[in-house]
Design a binder for this molecule. Structure first.
Ligand code: FAD
Length: 431
């Protein structure tokens, strides 16, 4: 038998690195395998990094991590073809320590974060694809890689291999995901000098802003667009359920071009030069799409376990927390010398008790609901825009007259009833 580790972590994204970091810090002999040339080389995110979950792993990380900008403003645009109703929050408390969230570029950030796991003692091996788990007597005992004599053994294997998790699938932990359980997102990084970014987004030096784009950004298909400020680049992207793209016969890059050229977005990007194009899947099926995440000698973390909160565009933080919690359970299993499913199940219990499990439960029906009733995106957002235009146009008509017209435009009594029912249903799936 070749070399044996306490743990093998497959995949150096936020979930895998967090897990490897904590394991190594706790004294475990850990191997972190990454198929990319370096951690982050294959990874895609809008990308908002959430301070709290990162600080749970590396306190004060913001003092040395390659971050783009601390976010001081979050805007939301409900877009129609030539208009948008915008709302948001700007708070200067987010511009100073301890900060709230940051924009990051994953190619830089993941590389730095993996370096921290290596400093703790993890062994990182890049350019290595894990082909399958080695299973003996119903227990995962290692992995087979694409390297010559590429079998490696461990007491426990952590699957942090991202959204598709072919390894989890081959263990029978989950089925092939349906097109309405995953979103396909495409994005571009646009180079623009930092002063122009600050002027356009009304920011002071080293402050950042995020804008989430709804409605016409996705041509009314369930999904969102996003526009985030980095140091001297902008991240512009759009993601919709794969089923939406198939149904509407739209190619992902066509949707990205559409949102880039939308009159509400174009002025922000003007004069910028695209320097990178990225595309990736996002697991959006929620709790109902989650498969098994614990077995004998194996646990699943991050996107591989479908841990994404699509409503709040959170993923990296769920990934980090799941990686950290998995490591805690593995270290305790190491003390007991027992890596059975029963012992490792403590990870699942802790995860479901944490904000990760709680939020997954809270939004368990949201994707399915909004997918089933497309009127929220393709009818109600245009309706809100028409009402705003009506109310804010000063044309000599009284405000009462305008209110009456808005009310009339909501449609027949039957249509109004449907609207009220949809509002109630939306509240129910989000409450
Ligand atoms: P990943 O980051 O996907 O990492 C998996 C790693 O495993 C990769 O490095 C991959 O190369 C490696 N790997 C896969 N298979 C193998 C194998 N067989 N052998 C070896 N290595 C393997 N989340 C946020 O928190 N904020 C955002 O703003 C945000 N925006 C997003 C925007 C887009 C366009 C997308 C696509 C996602 C966004 N997310 C966001 C979600 C977030 O990116 C994910 O939830 C997060 O990256 C999950 O981390 P992970 O470590 O589980 O998986």
């Amino acid at each position: 038998m070749s070399e044996k580790f306490d743990a093998i972590v497959v995949g150096a994204g936020p979930a895998g690195i967090s897990c490897a970091f904590e394991l190594a810090k706790g004294g475990a002999n850990v191997l972190l395998l990454e198929r990319g040339e370096y951690p982050g080389s294959k990874n895609v995110m809008g990308g908002v990094l959430y301070r709290k979950m990162m600080e749970d792993i590396i306190p004060d990380f913001h003092k040395e991590a390659p971050l783009e900008r601390p976010i001081v403003e979050q805007r939301f645009m409900m877009m129609d073809k030539e208009s948008a109703v915008t709302f948001g929050y700007k708070g200067l408390e987010w511009a100073q320590e301890p900060y709230n969230n940051f924009t990051v570029l994953r190619a830089k950030f993941d590389q730095w974060f993996a370096g921290k796991a290596v400093e703790q003692g993890a062994l990182l091996v890049n350019e290595t694809v894990v082909l399958e788990c080695i299973v003996e007597d119903g227990k995962v005992i290692g992995v087979r890689t694409d390297r010559p004599n590429g079998e490696v053994y461990a007491d426990v294997v952590v699957l942090a291999d991202g959204v598709n998790s072919l390894l989890g699938k081959s263990l029978g932990f989950h089925k092939e995901y349906r097109p309405d359980e995953v979103a396909l997102a495409t994005m571009e990084i646009i180079k623009l000098d930092s002063k122009t970014i600050e002027e356009r987004f009304n920011l002071e030096k080293n402050q950042g802003c995020t804008i989430e784009l709804f409605g016409d950004a996705t041509k009314g298909i369930l999904g969102t667009g996003f526009l985030y400020t980095n140091k001297d680049t902008l991240s512009i992207g759009v993601g919709t359920l794969l089923s939406g793209l198939i149904e509407h016969k739209i190619r992902p890059y066509e949707l990205l071009e559409y949102v880039k050229n939308h009159p509400m977005v174009r002025p922000y990007l003007a004069g910028g030069e695209p320097v990178e194009y990225l595309a990736h899947l996002i697991p959006e099926g929620g709790l109902k799409s989650m498969g098994r995440i614990v077995g004998n000698g194996v646990v699943v973390v991050g996107d591989a376990a479908q841990l994404v909160n699509a409503i709040h565009r959170e993923g990296s933080n769920l990934a980090m927390t799941s990686g950290r919690l998995a490591a805690e359970t593995i270290l305790s299993a190491k003390e007991q010398g027992d890596f059975s499913e029963t012992t490792l199940d403590q990870y699942r219990i802790n995860l479901m008790k944490s904000f990760v499990g709680q939020d997954m439960k809270k939004y368990k029906d949201s994707t399915h609901h909004f997918n089933k009733f497309p009127q929220y995106f393709d009818q109600y957002i245009p309706m809100v825009n028409r009402a705003a235009s009506q109310m804010f146009t000063v044309d000599g008509k009284s405000k009462w007259e305008k209110q009456k017209k808005i009310w009339k435009d909501l449609g027949s009594p039957k249509e109004k009833l449907k609207l009220a029912r949809d509002a109630y249903r939306a509240w129910k799936v989000m409450k």
